[in-house]
Every structure is written in structure tokens, then in C-alpha cells.
Design a protein around this ligand. Structure first.
Ligand SMILES: Cc1cc2nc3c(=O)[nH]c(=O)nc-3n(C[C@H](O)[C@H](O)[C@H](O)COP(=O)(O)OP(=O)(O)OC[C@H]3O[C@@H](n4cnc5c(N)ncnc54)[C@H](O)[C@@H]3O)c2cc1C
Length: 303
């Protein structure tokens, strides 16, 4: 590993490179041990060089957006983490918004509104990056991001620059074609529509207030732990509530008092504490309701 670290520090990219980077600084849960190698590319050339390095050294690669849907293990992540935060470009082309994958999706929504463009505001105040939202096919307030997606520029597994034009058949509830692949999205295009900024701003503050009332900003979390499933007849939060799970605690991790599908870090939680709470919720749903909940929060790193 020492040799790999030395080689990594000499890598020829314009972005920053670090070793032993604490992932707790990059996740909304505020937990997670160190990533062996951590890079912040500033161009597609940097991304390609990083993927080449990982390929040459046989190291696994993990792409990081806003870390808003991740539970990173206390032992951290072996291999290379590529942090997309510098891909923040944003411009209007007619009624399309062209955005860097690392830009916060909430910022992109607010910028679109100031340009008089509506369609992205449902994601205002949802944590995470534009790339992460596309990867997750983020959904809230009755809309999913695939409804407005018109294109994705990405670097593929073979380190080639590619362009993807969305096919509705590739997307489903919280599913996108980028899941299960090792590609790095860097620019995303959305089809929006002209609308009155005053109306859009009001809508954004309604969304913000709704999230605030559900405690989304009160403590570190990764939002909903489990996906909803129509076949279960009720939202997962309601189902978990019926099991009296609010307030269930292991160490510093606790099921939110405000929402039974959200686990919070009360201050000193470890990733293991959070995982233990999540697994307890899953077991309770299985034992008492006969339901297999599908996890939405991703477990990453070395467990
Ligand atoms: C308070 C709170 C509320 C939330 N509410 C909602 C909600 O209403 N609806 C909802 O859907 N989610 C919600 N979430 C979860 C989270 O905000 C979304 O899943 C978000 O889209 C994750 O984006 P991210 O950039 O943080 O991705 P990350 O957590 O960093 O990564 C998620 C996955 O995307 C991949 N990825 C990220 N960027 C790229 C890229 N550029 N190229 C390739 N792969 C990439 C990562 O490798 C990883 O596999 C909430 C989270 C919090 C903390």
C-alpha cells in the first residue's frame, strides 16, 4: 500500500489528491472511516487519469456525490474515492439546464428558478448532488428526476467519454441505468419549462418547510432508510411507526422521533450503531409484518 500511496501522490492530475481521508467529513450521516486514496478531479482528463491509475493498480473505485445516501463503514473505504464536487458548471441552453454532476441538486433547482425555469424545484432542499440524484433516480413530492432528464455525459468503464440519451424503460422507482455500473457522470441535462419565478420560489419554500417539519435538517441522517413499496399498502414510514420504532436507539444512532423511516446520528454514533438500528428495523418488519423492506441507504466500504 505504501508504494501505491507514493505513486498516487505523484499522479498527474490538476485536482487535489489525499490519502487517509476521513469519510465522516463527506457524508450527511457524519460517520465513516478513512478512504485510502481520495481525489477531487477538476476535468474529464483528471477522471480518466484516476480511472487509469485504479485500473493499473487493481484498486476499486468509488464515486462520491454529496454523500447523502451513504453509510460508510467505520473501517473506511479501501481503494480510491473520486469526489465529484468540482463539477459545478451550470448554464441554460434554451429551456434546458446543463449542470455539472457535482453541483448540489438544491442549488441547481434554485439557479433554474432564478432563470425563470421550472421543473427541478421539487428537488429543492433535498441534500446531495445532481449526479447522485440521477444515479438514485431521486424521487419526492410525486416526481422523479428521470421525468426531466434529457442527457448524461459520463466516463464509462473503459475510460471513454460517452453520452447517454434517456430511455424511459431504463428507469423505475429509485432505479437508474447507472446503478451496478462503474461509470462516472460529469454533466447532466434537464428539460425545464418557463415559469414565474415568484410562483416557483413559493413552491420551493413549501418544500423546504415540509422537510424542516419532518426534522430533515435537525440531525445528521441519510433521509429515508428504506424504499416505499406500493404492494405493502402503506408508506414504509407508517409501517415502521406501527411497530413503535420511533426512538429505538443503539449507541448514538436512533430512529427519528419525527419519522420512523429516518435514522439519525445523535452526535457520537458509529457506522456500526447506525447499521445495527437499520438491521433491527428490517428484522422487526419481517417478523411482525412479514414484509421484506428494501434498503435505500447504501452501505459502502469495508464492513
Ligand atoms: C435529510 C435528507 C432527505 C432526503 N430526502 C430524499 C428524498 O426526498 N428523495 C430521495 O430520493 N432521496 C432523499 N434523500 C437521499 C439523498 O438525498 C438522495 O439519494 C441523493 O440523490 C443522493 O445524492 P448524493 O449526491 O448525495 O449521492 P451519494 O450518496 O454521494 O451517492 C449515491 C450513489 O450515487 C453514486 N454517484 C454519485 N454521484 C455520481 C456520479 N457523478 N457519477 C456516478 N455515480 C455517482 C455513488 O457512487 C453512490 O453509489 C435524502 C437524504 C437526506 C440526508
Amino acid at each position: 500500500m505504501a508504494t501505491v500511496n507514493k505513486l498516487f501522490k505523484k499522479i498527474n492530475i490538476n485536482g487535489a489528491v489525499r490519502t487517509n481521508e476521513p469519510m465522516s467529513a463527506h457524508t450527511t450521516f457524519r460517520v465513516g472511516g478513512p478512504a485510502d486514496l481520495f481525489a477531487i478531479p477538476v476535468s474529464t482528463t483528471d477522471i480518466v487519469a484516476l480511472l487509469q491509475f485504479a485500473n493499473r493498480t487493481g484498486l476499486p473505485c468509488f464515486v462520491l456525490g454529496g454523500g447523502a445516501n451513504l453509510l460508510v463503514a467505520d473501517r473506511g473505504i479501501r481503494g480510491l474515492v473520486i469526489d465529484m464536487r468540482e463539477f459545478r458548471h451550470l448554464r441554460r441552453e434554451g429551456n434546458e439546464l446543463v449542470v455539472g454532476a457535482g453541483r448540489a441538486v438544491s442549488e441547481a433547482a434554485a439557479a433554474a428558478v432564478e432563470m425563470g425555469l421550472g421543473g427541478l424545484e421539487f428537488l429543492y432542499s433535498m441534500p446531495g448532488s445532481v449526479g447522485g440524484a440521477v444515479w438514485m433516480n431521486a424521487r419526492c413530492y410525486g416526481h422523479s428526476i428521470d421525468e426531466i432528464l434529457t442527457g448524461v455525459a459520463y466516463v464509462d468503464e473503459e475510460r471513454r467519454l460517452q453520452h447517454y440519451t434517456p430511455d424511459p424503460a431504463d428507469f423505475a422507482y429509485k432505479r437508474s441505468p447507472f446503478q451496478g455500473r462503474n461509470s462516472v457522470m460529469y454533466t447532466i441535462r434537464f428539460r425545464l419549462h418557463p415559469d414565474d419565478p415568484a410562483v416557483l420560489r413559493r413552491r420551493m419554500s413549501d418544500y423546504y418547510r415540509d422537510r424542516e417539519s419532518k426534522g430533515h435538517f435537525a440531525a445528521p441522517s441519510a433521509g429515508s432508510v428504506f424504499k416505499n413499496n406500493r404492494e405493502f399498502g402503506a408508506p414504509t414510514g407508517k409501517l415502521l411507526d406501527s411497530l413503535g420504532l420511533r426512538g429505538y436507539q443503539v449507541g448514538g444512532a436512533k430512529v427519528s422521533d419525527l419519522h420512523a423511516n429516518i435514522v439519525i446520528n445523535t452526535g457520537d454514533a458509529t457506522a456500526a450503531d447506525i447499521r445495527a438500528v437499520i438491521e433491527h428495523m428490517q428484522r422487526q418488519a419481517e417478523v411482525h409484518l412479514g414484509l421484506q423492506l428494501e434498503r435505500e441507504v447504501l452501505f459502502a466500504g469495508e464492513w
